[in-house]
Design a protein around this ligand. Structure first.
Ligand SMILES: NC(=O)c1ccc[n+]([C@@H]2O[C@H](COP(=O)([O-])OP(=O)(O)OC[C@H]3O[C@@H](n4cnc5c(N)ncnc54)[C@H](O)[C@@H]3O)[C@@H](O)[C@H]2O)c1
Ligand SMILES: [Zn+2]
Ligand SMILES: [Zn+2]
Length: 353
């Protein structure tokens, strides 16, 4: 390894230790060492994702995927402080943010440009150690250099912003009508990005989170709907009775899934990023068939076309990150930050190291 400075021999990272809800502890770990092709990064900040909430709640998915003893956290950014052998693409001191999908780059999915669903893929901070710690290692290709105008304190949000952009681009955006179902952090990023990408009308829908509905308005939504509205009727009424060109589902609610199917225009596009608590929500299938809908599941970010488009929007200062990050906390306050994220009384919550 080629280090920049004297590095500590050990560090403390938030570790999923116990087979129970919560069950995290700030544990001592050896300093990670970059292998061939990897970089060592000093963490600047790591934001909390819905996936971290699943791990906290220790649901069936989390139990199957997260080995006890793992340092979790994957939405992160920092500075390179060490290079493994063979790394020519990066330098000590580079400011980077992380693509958390670790790909083999050598399977049929990687070869066809779908490395985000690599057949041998793993998620950094889920299947292996991540970034709720002051240092971590990662393959150099997953460390994406920041657009020059993006402040480091805002850089960790490129993971959820990229999710939002990947979902939107499953259908037409420029000059098109777009509905965003679910105004969690990713849905809010999607409202912002849809306007930035030139959508002709953006309809934002939540259930009852008034703070998030107000944020959607601030981020440019043309119409905001909630539980007091008949969602399908309102969307149809605001699109000449046709439905929107492009619906994006970010709520995880079976009701929203049904609403989105019934309010997408004939031959339109429905892109689904949500993970559903019950993995078999009822689907009004005949509407899908007779409306001739294109339905697509979305996972992660395209490597690297989503990142390229995102960097273009960031360089044009078209994304209002300051509105979307509502809380910044020292990383020692991990448990409080998790409780805040679970409550929903927030946009993005960022832990600073
Ligand atoms: N596939 C992937 O790669 C990937 C990556 C990250 C997150 N996700 C999933 O994406 C989804 C969005 O994540 P997030 O953290 O932004 O969400 P979140 O859970 O913070 O927010 C969901 C929002 O949906 C709202 N909602 C509830 N019922 C609704 C309804 N019937 N209609 C409209 N809105 C409703 C809630 O009030 C809440 O504001 C989650 O399901 C998450 O698990 C998937
Ligand atoms: Zn995430
Ligand atoms: Zn692969």
């Amino acid at each position: 390894m080629r280090p920049m400075q004297d590095l500590p021999e050990s560090m403390f990272g938030w570790t999923k230790l116990n087979d129970e809800i919560g069950g995290f502890s700030l544990e001592k770990h050896d300093m990670p060492k970059p292998e061939h092709g990897e970089v060592l990064i000093k963490t600047h900040s790591t934001s909390i994702c819905g996936t971290d909430v699943h791990i906290w709640k220790w649901d069936d998915w989390a139990k199957e995927n997260v080995p006890l003893g793992t340092i979790t956290g994957h939405e992160t950014c920092g500075v390179i402080v060490g290079l493994g052998d063979g790394v020519e693409s990066h330098s000590i001191g580079d400011k980077v943010a992380i693509e958390c999908h670790l790909a083999c780059w050598d399977c049929p999915r990687c070869d066809e440009g779908n490395a985000h669903i690599c057949e041998r893929g793993e998620i950094f901070g889920v299947h292996s150690n991540g970034a709720f710690a002051p240092y971590f290692t990662i393959p150099a290709v997953n460390a994406r250099k920041l657009p020059s105008n993006l402040a480091m304190e805002n850089a960790s949000i490129q993971d959820p912003l990229g999710n939002a952009i990947h979902t939107l681009t499953g259908g037409p955006v420029k000059g098109s009508s777009v509905a965003i179902h679910g105004l969690g952090p990713i849905g809010l990023f999607a409202v912002n990005a849809a306007k930035a990408m030139g959508a002709s009308k953006v309809i934002a829908i939540d259930w009852d989170n008034q703070e998030r509905m107000d944020m959607a308005k601030k981020l440019g939504a043309d119409l905001v709907l909630g539980k007091d509205h008949n969602i399908v009727d309102e969307i149809l009424a605001n699109t000449d009775g046709r439905g929107v060109d492009n619906s994006c589902e970010f709520s995880g609610s079976p009701q929203a899934l049904s609403n989105s199917i019934k309010s997408t225009r004939m031959g339109g596009y429905l892109n689904i990023l949500s993970v559903y608590g019950d993995s078999t929500p009822p689907v009004p299938m005949n509407d899908v068939v007779f409306r001739y809908l294109h339905i697509k599941g979305i996972n992660g970010r395209k490597m690297w076309s989503t990142w390229d488009l995102m960097h273009q929007l960031l360089e044009e200062n078209k994304i209002d990150i300051e509105t979307l990050i509502t809380h910044r906390m020292p990383f020692e306050q991990f448990n409080q930050a998790m409780e805040l994220a679970i409550s929903g009384d927030c946009g993005k919550v960022v832990l600073e190291f």
